[in-house]
Design a binder for this molecule. Sequence first.
Ligand code: ATP
Length: 367
Amino acid sequence: MRVKIKLENLTKVFGDLVAVDGLNLEILDGEFVCFLGPSGCGKTTTLNMLTGLEEPTEGRILIDGKVVNYLPARKRDIGLIFQDYAIFENMNVYENMAFSLRVKKRPQAEVDRIVKEVAEKLYLADILHQDTRMLTPGDLQRVAIARTVIMNPSVFLLDEPLDNLDAQMRITMRGELKRFQKDLGKTMVYVTHDQEEAMSMADRIVVMNRGRLEQFDTPTNIYHHPANKFVAGFIGRLPMNFFYGWLKEEAGKIIFTEKGDSFEYDLTRYRRLIERDLMRDLCLGIRPEHISVAPPNEPDSFEVVVKSVEVLGMENVVGFCLIGDPQGFFRLTTSSELVPRVDEKINISFQPEKVHLIHPKSEKVLI
Ligand code: ATP
């Protein structure tokens, strides 16, 4: 597929702060790409450089192969959608949508056809003649999207557009936006700090942290194959558990020993990797949903102490600590029928194919 947007060493410095630090990436034509990361990681600054609101300190932005660094915003053929809808309150839904066509002096028949076509696709057909002051936040956001769609830009940039909506409406709009983007076949760049939003909508996600790109990949790969400890800990409804320890060789086996001696775990199957990286220390990562309560005689299982139980209906989230470290706190999930008691000892095991090995110094995920 054709490259639509290319960022080359894109950098933005504010005084002493490097807000965006040498971003290199290519977004394909028709792709839905989400920029995701904690507050202050540089998502909005990147978007602002794309739109032309901020000038890069270094690097280049190419759209359709042309450098746009010095083009004013209005010449970049970009449609912007923000959480503040910027709707004209003195006009009804129809006139808000028709506005850009009227400015271009398009004939009324064409205005009517385009407005009705877009209204149909965005579920606005029944409220076309309503006063915009009477609309729900969800409908207002749809009108804002419709207005931008009618401008027919070649790229859509959206900055946290669903932030003002309630939880239920956000889920509905998520599905609608994704469907609509595929219908239009346009490239969308979407900034969010909400990972569920990014995971559910994006073809690929740019995970950023402190101005840097940590990983650019599909939601599935980011969840199952995080590139480093930051991504492993950031992505997932519950954070990944990290256990620190060292490796020893015993009777031909390679064994991970947790630093407080709370458990051992057989890693012989990763011998080649461990020998190649000359590892002595290791961080072992496992998601809460990949830890099970196990029978006492199960190989590689061990006892832990329950510290908290959250009953969520569909499942329970159990907080636990290791026997040798009562201050530690980790999580596992269980089916809703299994409700352990606080202070109870339970035996647990890891799903072997879901265990991640993380280099303790470089923090790269090796497996
Ligand atoms: P949020 O979701 O909180 O908006 P973000 O990931 O979008 O976060 P940015 O708004 O891009 O982050 O900000 C990145 C860093 O740059 C932050 O530390 C922010 O304080 C700083 N920053 C942003 N704009 C400016 C500015 N105009 N002047 C100085 N510092 C700025």
